[in-house]
Design a protein around this ligand. Structure first.
Ligand code: UDP
Ligand code: MG
Length: 163
């Protein structure tokens, strides 16, 4: 096999996936396009996307680790208050990189030139969700998407994004 092709296939084999969701406030504020643009222009590959109003059961499961927090009930209500755009993006180190692109959870840490830094003021209305680890991404993708909703394809830009 061609050395470059072999190298590229090695990179693609280690590619991770992340679950990203534009939250109800992001949808209502017309920030779906901007969010997608960030990920597309970075070079990540979209493998799944749907527009849904998530059920309270799904959201309670999604935020199970926060069930004892004072904001849990409000968080589920907010996330259930309107439609969300749930997506799966794939790429090298996509989880770690996306968390940087998104910005920090704490509003005091909303850095400029991150999605939260540019578009949000309060933590409870932070327009976007991104999995915080490869393990939680796998779990979230499994609960938000059926396997058949994820598309397995090769982006024609792949060879221009990875060396
Ligand atoms: N959240 C909140 N108040 C807080 C902390 C978190 O409303 O004090 C919400 C916020 O929408 C955040 C979500 O709960 O995105 C999940 O919190 P987590 O700590 O997992 O942050 P994330 O992983 O989303 O950055
Ligand atoms: Mg989290």
């Amino acid at each position: 096999m061609d050395v470059e092709l072999e190298q590229l296939e090695g990179i693609m084999a280690t590619c991770e996936r992340i679950s990203i969701a534009v939250k109800p406030d992001g949808v209502q504020r017309g920030l779906v396009g901007d969010t997608i643009e960030h990920f597309e222009q970075k070079g990540f590959c979209l493998v799944g996307m749907k527009f849904i109003q998530a059920s309270e059961d799904l959201l309670k499961e999604h935020y199970i680790d926060l069930k004892d927090s004072s904001f849990f009930t409000g968080l589920v209500k907010y996330m259930h208050s309107g439609p969300v755009v749930a997506m799966v993006w794939e790429g090298l180190n996509v989880v770690k990189t996306s968390r940087v692109v998104l910005g920090e959870t704490n509003p005091a840490g909303f850095k400029p030139e991150t999605i939260c830094g540019d578009f949000c003021i309060q933590v409870g209305r932070n327009i976007i969700h991104g999995s915080d680890s490869v393990e939680s991404a796998e779990k979230e993708i499994g609960s938000w998407f059926y396997p058949g909703e994820l598309v397995d394809y090769k982006s024609c830009a792949q060879n221009w994004i990875y060396e």
